[in-house]
Design a protein around this ligand. Structure first.
Ligand code: PAF
Length: 283
């Protein structure tokens, strides 16, 4: 498997493949790969000739220095895992910070029509400017036909669709279903940092989302939110940061339900020091 660390080299290699009419799907990641990522790669390979997997812990999307420091970096293991999917059709782009930011590690400022101010945007300042900066950079370097993102980061997925629409970037964004552990916990690179007691406690998050979805059939969003808040008050390991029901297009909290709109419930929870997010489609 070819591992590229230099943007000019990977751009040249990909343009040579594209000149042979091969299609390219991209899976941007921050590494510490798990089965959820592999599902994205498998989908990319089902729909394209080549999958480019970027592995880069992007400093500009972290608002917390210790979170950035502690983010797992496991390149060799990641490559071995990717090789279980394909040794010939996957290219890895694992750049240095300098290769991407050229000595100026700052994000650009984006207007995502307000999507960036909801939920994660309220709790992680500058996060979506960092995500927009790196994903736009990747699309400039790799120029994929399609790019694959998990719905666990549903707000990020909507923001990337907006980025592509606003900047007229010729790439199709494909959203992929959340991949879960057998106990329901949404797969995340952060799960590997959970202490055992928190790992046991964390499936409560998805169980609560499932019951919230049932309740949303007959109750208002406010009542459902109150119920969820109460569930977490009685849980002494998990600390709720936010729960809300939002319109999938605007990501604004729902005030009054409408049959014409699609809603999702979104949640962020601290399991000790580890922040976990999840979401569920409600209708
Ligand atoms: O979802 C992620 O892993 C990251 O936010 C992404 C899209 C790779 C950008 O760094």
């Amino acid at each position: 498997m070819e591992i590229y660390t230099n943007k000019h080299k990977i751009t040249a290699a990909i343009s040579a493949l594209k000149s042979k009419n091969l299609s390219v799907g991209m899976v941007p990641t921050m590494g510490a790969l798990h089965q959820g990522h592999l599902q994205l790669v498998i989908k990319a390979l089902n729909e394209n000739d080549i999958a480019v997997v970027s592995i880069f812990v992007n400093p500009t999307q972290f608002d917390n220095a210790s979170d950035l420091d502690k983010y797992p970096r496991t390149l060799d293991k990641d490559v071995r895992l990717l090789e279980t999917v394909s040794k010939t059709q996957i290219m890895v782009y694992a750049p240095t910070v300098d290769d991407i930011y050229e000595g100026n590690t700052v994000s650009k400022s984006f207007d995502f029509d307000g999507l960036e101010f909801e939920m994660e945007g309220k709790f992680r300042h500058g996060h979506f400017d960092g995500v927009g900066t790196i994903v736009k950079r990747f699309f400039d370097i790799v120029k994929p036909h399609k790019a694959y993102f998990g719905e666990k980061d549903f707000q990020q997925l909507q923001i990337i669709k907006k980025l592509v629409e606003k900047y007229l970037i010729p790439v199709q964004i494909v959203g992929c279903k959340i991949h879960r552990e057998a106990n329901g916990l949404a797969m995340s690179s952060r799960n590997m940092r959970l202490e055992p007691e928190y790992k046991d406690a964390a499936p409560f998050i998805y169980k609560t989302l499932q019951t919230a979805r049932e309740k949303f059939g007959t109750k208002s969003a406010t009542k459902v939110s109150e119920w969820v808040e109460h569930q977490f008050k009685t849980n002494n390991l998990l600390e709720l940061e936010y729960f809300l029901v939002a319109d999938v297009d605007t990501l604004k909290p729902v005030k009054r339900k409408s049959n014409k709109k699609k809603y999702r419930a979104f949640i962020a929870v601290y399991a000790g020091e580890i922040r976990l997010i999840d979401n569920i489609a409600l209708n």
